[in-house]
Write a protein that binds this ligand. Sequence first.
Ligand SMILES: Cc1cc2nc3c(=O)[nH]c(=O)nc-3n(C[C@H](O)[C@H](O)[C@H](O)COP(=O)(O)OP(=O)(O)OC[C@H]3O[C@@H](n4cnc5c(N)ncnc54)[C@H](O)[C@@H]3O)c2cc1C
Length: 478
Amino acid sequence: MVSDAQVENDRVVKQNDVPLNEKADYVLYWSQMNRRAHFNHALDYAIELANQLDLPVLFYEGLTCTYRQANDRLHTFVIEAVPGTGKALKERGIGYAFYLRRKRSDANDIVYRLSERAAAVVTDDYPTFIAAEHNARVPARINRAFFTVDSSCIVPMNRFQKHEYAAYTIRPKITKLLPEFLHPAPELKPKRAWRGKPPDFHVKVTPGNIAELVASCEVDHSVPPSTAFRGGSDSASARLRLFLTQHLKDYADARNEPSTNATSNLSPYLHFGQISSLEIALQTREYARAHRLNADAFLEELIVRRELAFNYARFATDLEGFGDLPEWARKTMREHARDERDPVYSPQQLEQAQTYDALWNATQKELLLRGKMHGYYRMYWGKKIIEWTRTYADALQLMIHLHDRYALDGRDPNTYTNILWCFGLHDRPWFQRPIFGVLRYLSIGGMERKTDTKAYIEQINAIAARGTDPLSLATVER
Ligand SMILES: Cc1cc2nc3c(=O)[nH]c(=O)nc-3n(C[C@H](O)[C@H](O)[C@H](O)COP(=O)(O)OP(=O)(O)OC[C@H]3O[C@@H](n4cnc5c(N)ncnc54)[C@H](O)[C@@H]3O)c2cc1C
């Protein structure tokens, strides 16, 4: 560990016993999830180590064709961010390498190769997706000091020792710890700027060659890019600005009216780390102070709910199953496992939005088109899948599959935690009813009473018909 560290110790864990390699050319930051040049504690930690050893820093990010459901949508979103990341790192004096593993037969050992000349490897502490697997496997195999750093949460995940039961148990703890952590990341300056050339495997990305690069990859080409979201930290910042200036003032009420599009739409950018929740929270607080607004409802979602999800994922023993659900939820599902479901839709019918329910179909179409669903209807989407599939396990599996395949914010701690919320996680028992037992139920009547379902359905159908999306920045900023 670095003495007099500027990155809080709570964020950093050394994952093996290998000492720093003193005869090295750089410190390697392997950006797996937090793919950004600013407000990144892991990158800052790599700079701290490098400054101590008088070395430059190399920022490496890769994109493989082998992750579950790899497709054009996810690939495009990640690759779109590359030119901006490279430029921002250059301005900070940090080296940058991007590797696109187009085919399964392409090299799969880049981190090991780069580590040979590294003093240490620093990477993101992240509890789901490929990063969680890598961080469990690589430290024992790589002959370099290997550090994981939490730059995903404002209050580091390490400050919690076990599963929190619900929002009401984690909220007071987070509130107490926030003054310690809600301040800007150090944004350290490297003492030694990177002067080397990019490694030979580096793939140059320009706005003009992204489609061609994606087409050259061995991935599923049948899922097109999002109608609304372009990848990159610049897009994320523009979305944040738009949210603060136009929607923050109404967020507390309008977030539950999907047709107004009043939420931040930052979840895809948060998932791929193209913006940090810390930066969003600080800017929101500042904007709210300057304009005398109350940002509590938004910060509750961004900090308390989101970090509750990271806490769940970190300590989960059965992330994609029911094993960690509270006993009341598992018991009620056992008791209602044989209840009749009518209708039962096949996974294909659900995937293609072919049910009798126009609102549900619109939510599924939103996922197919935009790669994200509005948060309020997302709850309805999940609950209906439980009602229309033969078993709870089938419903869970299908929800995860649809997120893997279509959602730009899928594979996230928020994905698993919120899908499992549909099955009782972080919730409480409600009233007995068929299929759901005491799991909370959401009805179409409730949706129609509380929201303008007609306006939302029309909006989604119009995107499908015209191909233009009112949520795309190009449309909003016109
Ligand atoms: C069945 C189901 C599946 C979901 N799957 C995902 C998913 O794959 N990825 C994902 O990021 N969120 C998921 N959510 C949570 C929530 O719906 C989204 O975070 C939210 O809709 C993202 O839109 P936004 O960025 O405009 O949110 P905003 O309302 O602007 O909120 C800002 C940020 O706060 C966080 N947040 C908001 N709501 C929640 C919540 N309920 N729990 C935890 N964090 C929250 C997100 O990071 C979000 O980007 C799911 C919810 C349900 C019910």
